[in-house]
Design a protein around this ligand. Structure first.
Ligand SMILES: [Zn+2]
Ligand SMILES: [Zn+2]
Length: 219
């Protein structure tokens, strides 16, 4: 991911399209390079996203005639080269989704920093019996998968049933995390001499003979 500093630097650069005078938009480069496979040598390039740009308007017909498929050209240049080139795009939307947005990048960086701080504080949080860092990481869908798995271990070590519902309410887990959270919940119940009522799924004491929630006889 591009750093906030780099994002700000790129966003402050001003280049203009030689065909239509529109200010070029800084876009994150796609992770692949069409053609030589060598990579772009930059994380950001600047693209004319003006739909009225003459070569873009003419390009559709040209590519249809020349190659028999749908596409056109956008003008683009790299930040450190003084000339640009025409780049083939398959549709109008190409690159519009990768325009650098300082607000988005700053938010993503803040989130990333928070995640790093939480992970760094895992050991200490076990000693302090503080579930905040581990729950923070585990419930963050954008957090690193291994960090989220580690958070499960941390929560188990802290052994605080108060985190149970938050873990139980997690959605969209991949199979690995699903498994890790299931183990976490099973172990938490076991460690606290609890179990789920087979009838209403509320948490009851392991030895309870009647569920205090649904009043059914618990086997
Ligand atoms: Zn242009
Ligand atoms: Zn019950």
């Amino acid at each position: 991911m591009i750093s906030a500093d780099d994002c700000m630097r790129y966003c402050s650069m001003e280049f203009f399209c030689p065909h239509c005078e529109t200010k070029l938009s800084p876009c994150e480069v796609p992770p692949f390079h069409i053609g030589d496979g060598l990579g772009w040598g930059t994380e950001v390039f600047f693209v004319c996203l003006n739909d009225e740009c003459p070569p873009f308007m003419r390009g559709w017909e040209h590519i249809e005639e020349q190659f028999g498929h749908v596409g056109s050209y956008r003008y683009m240049r790299l930040p450190n080269e003084n000339k640009g080139e025409m780049m083939m795009v398959g549709n109008k939307m190409a690159f519009t989704g990768s325009v650098l947005d300082p607000e988005v990048i700053l938010a993503a960086n803040a989130r990333h920093t928070q995640e790093r701080e939480w992970v760094a504080g895992f050991e200490q949080s076990i000693a302090a019996k503080d579930t905040t860092p581990a729950l923070g990481v585990l419930t963050d869908k954008r957090a690193n998968k291994d960090h989220r798995k580690k958070a499960c271990d941390v929560l188990l070590k802290i052994n605080d049933m108060a985190c149970f519902d938050a873990v139980n309410n997690l959605t969209d887990l991949n199979p690995e995390l699903e498994n890790a959270t299931n183990i976490l919940m099973t172990e938490l119940l076991k460690k606290n001499f609890l179990r789920e009522c087979p009838d209403c799924a509320e948490i009851i004491k392991l030895k309870a003979s009647v569920c205090k929630h649904c009043k059914k006889k618990a086997e």
